[in-house]
Design a protein around this ligand. Structure first.
Ligand code: AMP
Ligand code: MG
Length: 470
């Protein structure tokens, strides 16, 4: 049972299309998230029932659900696309959790919608399990993200380069409203829809925001914090299109995302990102570009548009300072500083430069910095020793505790994710379960089994490219 309370479905109906999921032949529960169910006020016993597998595969519409596909547009790799929308995702409705928070319950891979264009509306097992695992790892690290409530196998094949097993992900989000959700109405000069959406978003996500300018400020600040958190764990989203940037400030739409092994600021994994637009180091700049598109979409809501252009420009230009402050906070904690100061940016940057020159593993370097002598891993031992001496002078007395809470021991390494997917395709969910257990306790000390999953790939295991989750 899910107690729905749908507010998006009451917005003007040109913002979405009512659309039921398309049933599948043989739903089978692959994974379900009992802790999250609790938080949402959903009975974990129900989640384990055959009825839940039917509902979360889209075969049965639960009472109170008002299934719909949301309309949005977006800039994809910088190019304007006037109409995207949920092509394979269906919002069942919203629930208000035991914490009083309203969240969307969405089925991703639940069949075609009017926004599917040439797509089949389906997802295959690989990206469904990758999103489940990576989003839960992000949540365990305290990084704002959509969550995974369940993954259900459909019993049907989807055709990609080859036939692959189909699956549906139940995704939970503060909302699925994106920068592109605003852009579509701005482009259509539909100011009434734009206003209704802005009012909805302010009430739902930023109740303290002072009007439209306040909304813009809040979203700019949330994104600055979010991207700094991504950078702090070596996360590369891979497809930072404006339709994949959530207004709530949660990480959304995990496609060809990946965590870096060896530190390389120019790292790109996504096979579709040929220009490296969404490389690791470009993410803050891209976030700012996306926020400028958001600001542009809000302009029609302002009485004096010329004044608003000047004012909004000032507001989005706060992003670099907000981001830098958030970055300093995140990376300061990673090297054990209680109260990092602007001067400390240089100390952090020196370490990152050494790491890049030596291809040092991002996660392992920070995770073992306080407890191991890493000098042998750096070709320029002198430079590392000199950095270490400066660091020892600067770090807080309780640095070890700060660092233990700021540096994950384990992240979802790409080679482990790929191995997990290959096993799941063969019907073996054990690697998924083991990896999920490991990455959802990211700060716990490593025992033998976890150490294996935490280790960087051997040269034969390195994954060089990830493929879009379609
Ligand atoms: P993404 O790059 O996954 O964020 O998706 C971009 C757009 O393509 C969104 O409008 C998706 O709904 C749509 N899309 C992606 N995969 C499919 C699919 N298999 N069938 C229909 N639409 C899809
Ligand atoms: Mg998307």
């Amino acid at each position: 049972m899910i107690a729905f309370d749908n507010s998006f479905a009451r917005l003007p109906d040109r913002m979405f299309t009512r659309q039921a999921p398309t049933p599948v032949t043989q739903p089978r529960m692959l994974a379900h998230n009992d802790a999250l169910a609790h938080q949402l006020g959903i009975d974990p016993a129900w989640l384990a029932s055959p009825e839940a597998a039917q509902v979360l595969a889209g075969n049965a519409i639960p009472d109170g659900a008002e299934p719909l596909a949301q309309l949005y547009a977006g800039h994809q790799f910088g190019n304007w696309n006037p109409q995207l929308g949920d092509g394979r995702a269906i919002l069942l409705g919203e629930v208000v959790g035991t914490d009083g928070q309203r969240r969307d319950v969405q089925l991703k891979g639940a069949g075609p919608t009017p926004y599917s264009r040439s797509g089949d509306g389906r997802a295959w097992l690989g990206p469904v399990l990758r999103e489940y695992l990576v989003s839960e790892a992000m949540a365990a690290m305290g990084i704002p993200t959509t969550r995974a409530l369940a993954a259900v196998a459909t019993g049907e094949s989807v055709i990609r380069e080859t036939r692959l097993p189909g699956a549906v992900l139940t995704r939970i989000a503060a909302s699925h409203i994106r920068v592109g959700s605003f852009q579509v109405h701005a482009a259509r000069q539909d100011t009434d829809a734009l206003r209704a959406l802005a009012d909805h978003v302010i009430a739902r996500h930023y109740p303290d925001a002072d009007g439209i300018p306040g909304l813009l400020d809040a979203v700019v600040a949330a994104q600055a914090r979010l991207i700094a958190r991504w950078m702090g764990v070596g996360f590369i989203h891979g497809v930072m299109n404006t339709d994949n940037m959530a207004i709530s400030g949660e990480t959304i739409d995990y496609g060809p995302c990946a965590f870096m092994d060896a530190y390389d600021p120019q790292k790109v994994f996504s096979s579709i990102d040929r220009q490296g637009r969404y490389a690791y180091a470009n993410q803050p700049g891209i976030a700012l570009w996306n926020l400028a598109q958001f600001a542009t979409a809000l302009i029609p809501l302002m009485p004096d548009q010329d004044a608003a252009i000047a004012d909004f420009t000032t507001r989005i230009n706060h992003f670099p300072d907000l981001y830098q402050a958030a970055w300093l906070h995140v990376f300061g904690a990673k090297i054990g500083l209680t109260d990092p100061q602007p001067d400390d940016a240089d100390l952090i940057q020196r370490l990152l430069t050494l790491m890049a020159q030596n291809g040092a593993d991002f996660t392992q370097t920070f995770a073992s910095l306080a407890t191991s002598d890493l000098q042998d891993r750096f070709a320029d031992r002198e430079a590392f020793a000199s950095w270490t001496a400066d660091w020892h002078r600067r770090r807080s007395s309780d640095h070890a505790a700060i660092m233990a809470g700021a540096n994950p021991q384990i992240i979802p390494r790409n080679h482990r994710v790929e191995q997990m997917i290959a096993a799941a395709v063969d019907g073996d969910m054990a690697p998924f379960d083991a990896l999920l257990d490991a990455v959802t306790a990211p700060y716990a000390p490593l025992d033998a089994a976890r150490a294996d999953l935490a280790a960087p790939p051997t040269s034969a295991e390195i994954v060089t490219a990830t493929f879009c989750g379609t």
